[in-house]
Design a protein around this ligand. Sequence first.
Ligand code: IVH
Length: 695
Amino acid sequence: MPLGALAHAVKAPDAIDSEAAQAARVLREQLHYHAHCYYTLDAPEVPDAHYDDLFQQLQALEAAHPELVRADSPTQRVGGAPLAQFAPVRHAVPMLSIRTETDTQASGAQNFDTRVRKELGLTPTDNPVAYAAELKFDGLAINLRYEHGTLVQAATRGDGETGEDVTQNCRTIGQIPLRLTGDAPAILEVRGEVYMRRDDFETLNQRQRDKGEKTYINPRNTAAGAVRQLDPAVTAQRPLSFFAYGVGEVAPAAQGEAHFGTHLALLQALASWGFPVAAQTQLALGAAELIAFHQRIGALRDQLPFDIDGVVYKVNDLALQQRLGFVTREPRWAVAHKYPAQEQFTTVVAIDVQVGRTGKLTPVAKLTPVFVGGVTVTNATLHNEDEARRKDVRVGDTVIVRRAGDVIPEVVAVLLEKRLQDAPLFTMPRQCPVCGSAAVREAEEADYRCTGGLFCGAQRKEAILHFAQRRAVEVEGLGDKLVEQLVDGGAVKTLPDLYRLGLTALASLDRMADKSAQNLLAALEQSKQTTLPRFLFGLGIRHVGEATAKALARHFGSLDAIMAASEEHLLQVADVGPIVATSIRTFFDQPHNREVVEQLRACGLVWPEGEPSPQALLPLTGKTFVLTGTLPTLSREDAKALIEAAGGKVAGSVSKKTSYLVAGEEAGSKLDKARELGVAVLDEAGLKEIIDGDS
Ligand code: IVH
């Protein structure tokens, strides 16, 4: 065979392959680029759908040509089989730790600078030392190894010499590039911290609470736990982030650390290759600027989207770092300068229940005051009954509280070994601790709520604003600020108080001119002429919105009929289901709520009332029944309940007033009497027919 023909025969399939390979490469590059924009730069250039589309194209291509699948393909971020255990990884360059300056005051920075200057033999007249000032991230240290621009291995720090291979898990982290951009060295190990943002942590915990599952303790443990999952699919579901702060092995040496000159230049190079580097990192000259950095970041700490436990100072000049060298496992050129801890031990002195503006009851642990996350904490939320039970916090317990960012302090764990004997289990009260009304927890809801909306002191402001809004009775000009003043000043406790306000009381309020006081009084007067649906909606009964209020008014015609309606009656209204019916019934069962309604009427609130709609009349309304003998399927009790539910009454003996006698087997004298008086006689089937409205 001529050589040319052979070459041709071999080339043909190659050409096809290279077309697919070419397409896969283009897709991979586009996906890497967009992932970098999205995850690391936080500046996506295309809609998510476009990314998904490219991703699916690549997936399809790889499915058709499995030989094209590469470790650094974006499709390989998720997936991989669970491991039995992590393989050990010996670090090419040991992962050191940093000396920690526990003195959280300015002197911590000063001491470090003094030591560095001494080691370098500098005199007081020499220039200040240049430092790179960074954040100390609170997560898990990771070494990422890239060979020719491709991520080949991710390892934990372990003991500094040997870590664990967590490559599969780290591939699932969007901020970790699978491929480097630009002219990265052939061998590049990048070191940094895998962490979890606080908002991601909160969302994760809220999801756990919603599912009735245990919440995680803090972002650091959660991030570290996620990286060390044997099943990468689990890691993929945890929202993890990454910051780069250094390097390990770099080769060839000419492109190594020394090549960059300074630590800040090195970080800049890392950013250019695709790694997230914290924006707060900066140059600081001498102790004074280190102190300023420590203070500035300390003030900013709460607003950062992630936890830090301090800042890190590093001598910026890499040659000086070399000169300073190491003591045992710690470099002399770096120090971590801490902030006050965000978690502390304390004890629970009581568990109170607070009532929110909308009536939600929240159990709150009262704590022995403790300094945590920069403030003194005396309260920590337990969220709701289930959460309090899951954590099983009891009075007298020693607990860990956490306060980070502007998130409300939380009890994250109980130290069971320190529990006192006979510590009582916490239970939610069935009465509102503010007003004494019934507290109820609806099916499928996590929270208990106070049902005394109109009367409850905790809900005053909300109740008034709701009542006064345009869609309710509409009191023009009665807004947030005014309600705040009226309630805080004690002038208004419940709704009727609004209609008792006088000109002098109003005019004495802050920024209230005579004219505006008069306007408000006029608006209150005007609001008295209302409609039943507006009034009903204005009462703020849970689940009774405008549409339900209208339906109730149309069905029952009058407020009294609604207030008297049983749950069964209420259920006959279109759109009223069991939860709404119970809520309406419970609301009007609270004596305080009824009182407020009566007082409002006494204040002159009026609305046109109508007749009940025909559907509101129950089929047996006004009818009296007498039962006798044994019915084929219904017991006496059942038959009675059935009649009453349909609006009828059941009497013991037959008289002229009896509408029907319901007679079964072995009916006795009552049947004779009915015949004598000409009272209609029904059997069981006949009873059911008239209830169903068939006759
Ligand atoms: S540099 C030779 N920089 O702190 C210095 N570490 O004890 C090596 N950490 O577990 C570390 N933020 O994970 C460095 N900006 C930062 C850091 C940082 C957090 C962690 C690191 C390690 C520990 C060092």
